[in-house]
Design a protein around this ligand. Structure first.
Ligand SMILES: [Zn+2]
Length: 280
């Protein structure tokens, strides 16, 4: 079986001791591609990994970091339209140049909106929603599919995404990374042309895990991706330990059982979907 890990974080320090050995081993175990996700700080390191390892592709983020920096300084969005447009333009130009020089950059993200912290004020929620919409704009203008992180913001992110005129890149418009929303909404995303990504949480006997099982029951294989989000979200029975793409097989096993199909079908479909979306 050949697996495509649609989302990982191999620039993470948790891999510094044995990254090379792990990459060799996981490829031997059938991991055909990974799309690794990192921001401006890890850019040089990520680019060097992409040069060294043919199976390693990249999802990069730049603009969200500007947004967060400005937020910290009490940045007034309403009064700063000119500056914001300038930031977006600069970011788009910089990323376009990077993409011309590095053909293995295949996605933009994580486009981030997260309301898991319960004490966010309405003003903070509005700001974060605003930067999320700007992030989607950057993805669209650079010509990359967005990888969307939505944490406890199901309806907010859905409304913003629905309003965004994202092109279909051939294999879809973008990826709902680590999807944890309602099963019905996953199908709405499918109707809108997005792919929905399933993590190792599908093996967990938790509330989130049980919800994800319901998502998997409904979600057609034609619009499903699989990801580790490693080093996080380790599937059972290794929960609590470091995750890596070699453990994707456990997520595939769980999906196959839930849907009553062969593991090969799950691996093949999700591999083909990821290659289509990322144009790999
Ligand atoms: Zn992630």
């Amino acid at each position: 079986m050949k697996y495509f890990d649609a989302h990982s974080h191999y620039t993470d320090r948790k891999f510094s001791r044995d990254r090379h050995e792990l990459f060799v081993e996981m490829q031997r175990d059938g991991v055909e591609y990974v799309v690794d996700c990192f921001g401006a700080k890890e850019m040089n390191f990520g680019l060097s990994l992409a040069r060294k390892y043919p199976f390693y592709y990249m999802c990069i983020n730049d603009f969200a970091h500007y947004g967060k920096d400005y937020d910290k300084k009490g940045f007034d969005i309403g009064a700063s339209e000119v500056l914001i447009n300038q930031l977006v333009d600069e970011s788009v130009e910089k990323l376009k140049k990077l993409c011309r020089e590095n053909k293995k950059i295949v996605a933009y993200g994580e486009c981030y909106i997260d309301f898991r912290r319960k004490d966010k004020t309405p003003a903070e929620i509005e700001k974060e929603s605003f930067w999320f919409s700007k992030d989607l704009e950057v993805a669209r203008r650079v010509g990359l599919p967005p990888v969307i992180h939505s944490g406890n913001a199901d309806q907010e992110s859905f409304d913003i995404i629905r309003k965004t005129d994202m092109p279909d890149y051939g294999g879809g418009k973008g990826m709902m990374h680590c999807y944890l929303g309602p099963p019905k909404m996953a199908l709405d995303y499918v109707d809108m042309g997005y792919l929905v990504s399933v993590t190792g949480l599908v093996t967990h006997r938790s509330e989130r895990g049980r919800n994800l099982v319901e998502v998997v029951k409904k979600l057609p294989l034609s619009h499903m991706l699989i990801e580790t989000d490693c080093p996080y979200l380790t599937p059972e029975p290794f929960r609590g330990k470091r995750n890596d793409s070699g453990l994707l097989r456990l997520t595939v096993e769980a999906i196959a059982e839930i849907k009553g199909v062969y593991e090969e079908e799950v691996a093949e479909a999700t591999n083909a979907n990821a290659r289509g979306l990322y144009r790999v």
